[in-house]
Design a protein. Structure first.
Length: 98
């Protein structure tokens, strides 16, 4: 089943919202619950949110884990860099959370 915004491209703000929601919740809740909550908030499918988790893993590991490097989106790369600065997170800390 497609979500309301299934075919819309992600923008930087939506990527930031995803990252903030994920990072604020993942330490205390099951990943499935966190991803379902994010999907509902962003009007996306669970699978779309899970794909973003894989994209973040790939970006943080330069394509070693998650998706291939060709699947990286510029807005997610920018959003990760912004989150790292705002929350003072290193790549290693983010890898642990994702």
């Amino acid at each position: 089943m497609n979500a309301k915004r299934h075919n819309e491209a992600w923008n930087k703000q939506e990527s930031l919202t995803f990252l903030n929601m994920y990072l604020d919740s993942i330490k205390y809740r099951d990943e499935r619950v966190v991803l379902d909550s994010i999907a509902a908030k962003l009007e996306r499918t669970y699978d779309a949110i899970k794909l973003r988790v894989q994209e973040v893993k790939s970006i943080l590991t330069n394509g070693v884990e998650g998706l291939s490097v060709s699947k990286h989106t510029p807005h997610m790369i920018e959003a990760i860099e912004q989150i790292k600065k705002e929350k003072n997170f290193s790549n290693a800390k983010l890898k642990l959370l994702f």
